[in-house]
Design a protein around this ligand. Sequence first.
Ligand code: SAM
Length: 398
Amino acid sequence: MVDALRDAGRVCSAAVEEAFRAVPRHLFLPGLGLAEAYADEAVAVQFAGGVATSSASQPSMVAIMLEQLDVRPGQRVLEIGAGTGYNAALLARLVGPTGAVTSVDIDEDLIDRAAVHLASAGVDRVELVAGDGALGHAPGAPYDRIVLTVGSDDVRPEWLAQLAPGGRLLLPLAVRGSQLSTAFDLGPDGVLRSHSVRSCAFIRLRGAAASPDANTCLDGIGVALQVPADGPQPDAAAVAGALADPRGHRDCTVPLGSVDVWDGFGLWLALTEPGACRLLAVEPQTALPDDLLPLGAGSGTVGLVAAPGAVPGVAAVVLGGDDRAPLRVRASGPSGDALAERLLATLERWGAVERPGAPDWRFVAVPRGIDVDLPERAAVVDKRHCRLLADLPGRTIV
Ligand SMILES: C[S@@+](CC[C@H](N)C(=O)[O-])C[C@H]1O[C@@H](n2cnc3c(N)ncnc32)[C@H](O)[C@@H]1O
């Protein structure tokens, strides 16, 4: 597993490689065969209502995040999302005997199991805490590193208050429909500046920092609509009506593979266009023709939706089918053609700035209450506890 992670460029540093080689993953997944324990797959370990609420994250993602975190010997680290305890064991190895690792999970039962796993691996330097990680863990502060291995919608003030000056906060942060593993460094002005950004897909926080479901189910068509929480909220009935009124397809003028869609073009669209939306097939589609979401239940796509009160319409990229053929845009509803034009123009602009993906973006998170004069940015995302400023260094956005 470690050879493969190194060959794939997921493990880069000698310290992370050594930690991976020293911590046996199978001890954190008792009952699983060795082949499964060392496959590059996430393993769900707890469910509620058929949905995974805890998992051992995919080793590739664990490695990417440990490289982003850049843990040094002797540091104090807080992990939020102890899960199986595997990542905590890797962190303990990285900080060494002079450092300290505290790992919090909201489920007492998971904490008890993580304690057994850590003991079986001979790791005795992790402090496990059952509690809501939204609050961090003040008794152990300040921390040089705080890492969430669970998705968050926001940057909580508690985490910032517990971060040492110059410390690093790494979290899977929701950014207009994308989830981005973002490593922020805390500046002397109290502002966080991203050091590196990667795509990810984590289970989301429960407890005080849980976010409401971002999806609006569109009646009768088995599709959920997702629009950024900080933008206008379109009328669901108008969107459903528009989707049931197809106005033809257009070919994408810029090559767009299905892998580019979410955190490549989709992120660009969400950050630069106010009407950006995501459409998700939530159940077997009965009323909707399969020329919108041909891959069926569980699939999704990105698009543009008319503003509330405007002439209804939707334009969406159609994913699936023949991968060699250019992707198409489906226009729907009375303003669908105009939106399709706009979507294609946005795609051209994305092509013109060399098709940026998640790692190309830089974010500045300004906590509420901090007044700093920062240059204008490409995009601004307003969250409850911070204002996120997004930029593409070295590229001119027109
Ligand atoms: C992807 S798993 C973490 C994997 C873990 N780091 C490992 O190595 O196995 C996400 C974890 O976050 C926990 N979690 C969810 N909400 C939480 C909260 N508010 N505070 C602390 N932990 C939380 C879940 O119970 C789950 O165990």
